[in-house]
Design a protein around this ligand. Structure first.
Ligand code: BV8
Length: 237
């Protein structure tokens, strides 16, 4: 029974954006143009072949111009705006569909496709065009230091302190559309479960590497199941 003033923490993965037409990682078997994604989305991969990595992100950034938030994104934005208790949405996704649906209490723990960062001066800036090795930093004017503002494999995810604090006081942990393979996100359910009365719900098309950690499983597409779950949660107020 989720109280109306309960504290909710939500984690989303690539399955959240699948019905918007954004391919999941498992969907491509973790490969892109024959490269293992861990090799492309890594500091080593960027050092070895920066233009290959820029191309990987340029294609995905450009694809964002042709996708829209789905009913699942809109349902989470509605829950945030109408929920009286604490609310935090943590996404592993680097697309901007949650914010375009209206979500505000949102952390992109793995970064954002539509942002770039200068390794020279550290500036993070909104970026919708292509990036390349010769791109000049808009802040310091240097060339050669620009990279996607993305957390690669082997790099530290963003705002882990805020996320861990929220998990430790969560009354409901809802995990949507993630295969539960990538850490530390895959370990969040275990942290939430340490709080005695926290209720854990997993929403996915299939069981995952972390399914056994959840009390409740909603099997089905997020764009269909999430609006129904939000309706249920808000009806109890
Ligand atoms: C870290 C940005 C230390 C990039 C991403 C060995 C060697 C080296 C490293 C490691 C190692 N073992 C473990 C590690 C750590 C590593 C890791 O976990 N590796 C894995 C491969 C084993 N992790 C890291 O390196 C992380 N950093 O550990 O730093 C640290 C430790 C603790 C605390 C602080 C620091 C950094 C990881 C971040 C990497 N960057 N993204 C980019 O996007 O290009 S990860 C990227 O892949 C995504 O962000 C996402 O997290 C992950 C893909 O996972 P999912 O989102 O789950 O997507 P997937 O396709 O797998 O699954 C989709 C699911 O949706 C499926 O279950 C499917 O059934 C479901 N679905 C599909 N359609 C729908 C649906 N569900 C509902 N409705 C639908 N319609």
């Amino acid at each position: 029974m989720i109280q109306p003033d309960a504290s909710i923490v939500i984690l989303t993965g690539a399955g959240m954006s699948a019905e918007s037409g954004v391919p999941t990682f498992r969907g491509v078997d973790g490969l892109w143009e024959g490269h293992r994604i861990e090799d492309v989305a890594s500091p080593g991969g960027f050092a070895r072949d920066p233009d290959l990595v820029h191309r990987f992100y340029n294609l995905r950034r450009a694809a964002l111009n042709h996708v829209e938030p789905n009913a699942g994104h809109l349902a989470l934005a509605r829950l945030e705006s109408e929920w009286r208790g604490r609310f935090l949405l943590v996404t592993q996704n680097v697309d901007d569909l949650h914010e375009r649906a209206g979500s505000e209490k949102l952390i992109h723990m793995h970064g954002e496709l539509r942002k770039a960062r200068c390794e020279g001066c550290g500036a993070v800036m909104s970026w919708t065009q292509d990036l390349a090795s010769g791109t000049r930093c808009r802040a310091c004017g240097e060339i050669g230091g620009m990279r996607p503002h993305i957390v690669w494999f082997g790099e530290f995810p963003f705002e882990m302190d805020v996320i861990l604090a929220a998990l430790k006081r969560a009354d409901l942990f809802l995990c949507i559309g993630t295969s539960g393979v990538v850490y530390p996100a895959a370990g969040f359910a275990q942290i939430a479960a340490e709080r005695p009365n926290c209720h854990l719900i997993e929403m996915n098309l299939e069981s995952t590497a972390i399914s056994r950690q959840f009390h409740e499983h909603i099997v089905g597409p997020a764009a269909i199941e999430l609006p129904k779950l939000v309706e249920r949660l808000l009806a109890k107020r």
